[in-house]
Design a binder for this molecule. Sequence first.
Ligand SMILES: [Zn+2]
Length: 419
Amino acid sequence: MSAIDLAQAVMERIEALARISEDPDRLTRTFGSPAMRKANELVGSWMREAGMTVSEDAIGNLIGRYPGRDEWSKTFLLGSHLDTVRDAGKFDGPLGVIAAIACVQQLHQSQTRLPFAIEVVAFADEEGVRFQTTYLGSKVMAGSFKEQDLKRVDAAGVSMADAIRAFGGNPDQLKSGCRDPNQVLGYTELHIEQGPVLEKKYQPVGVVTAIAGATRVKARFTGQAGHAGTTPMSLRRDALVAAAQFIAAVEACTRDYPALVATVGQIEARPGASNVIPGDVVLTVDVRHQLDGMRTAACARLQEVANEIGEKRGIIVDWEVVHEAQSVPCSRELTLLLAKAARRHLVQVTELPSGAGHDAAVMGEIMPMAMLFVRCKGGISHHPDESVLVDDVRLAIAVLSDFLLLLANQHPVANKKHV
Ligand SMILES: [Zn+2]
């Protein structure tokens, strides 16, 4: 990687990595696949070039370690994930890994050692495509991996345990990948925003305040199916009309809760014939906010609204919370440092919550965590049109590098040897 234009080199590496796919005509790289093996080999070679020693933990997280000034230095973690969704964009995940390597490469080239070691982690699974469960890599590192997930099978019937073995990992030794929070100073992840806020504000990067909590609800509206020609309008119990009224109410309700986002993304109406009144509708509601109190209050209100609509129309409403994740606040200390680093390059620094989940949310359970977002075109992600500007990448690398130096100033003396 040339020191002349690090950002351009990062973009070239993103392109090279995007060519490693398990599908011939699109980018798909799922956990434990041969494509992930090749990706780890390539990224591992870049880590070595940046002066890092490279290893893989028991689930296949790729780790490059750049030593600190002393052998007993604590460690600061940078990283993101190398797995992708199907038909993915190039930047979601890889940008955070490759930009972090670029930061270390700069230190290596200037023969700079910091008072802490840096480890760049390329997580083996964040998207959860293969086994329908997310954050496998970071969960192993944070010690929150659930052993029973090893029994899950993929679409081809391969168990997670066997997939880990085939990749060269060891499903019986996952606990060895767990990090001791006493030995780690924190984790910072650079990631594309995956939303349109920075672009709308003409800001190349933004500092994340928290990863929003989320509630996912399955709501069922049960009415009465009937003949579309013979049942008068006044005698109907049409589940789909009730559901439609509810969907419009979800959007309206968000106005009462600043920054709340709520989405009905899936709906199924039965029996599903043009000449039959729909008697049964199931839909999903996804509600997110960085303040858990705001989210739970909004969910309670939405349930009330659904019940009110149901009562007026003779529709039974079942409300089932199928997923709930608490908001994970970013470390105030690390976030202030990131913002300070960003202010060296920008007049104004935007702070924003992350509506999407990230490995940082899992790492944040056991250590201080911060995130830097990079503007992406149109806010598009999980799509081949995902795009970032090389100038934004250049700025993001500069901010992350300055952040590490500011952090080093806060830890001028290596912490005493941990015994
Ligand atoms: Zn991602």
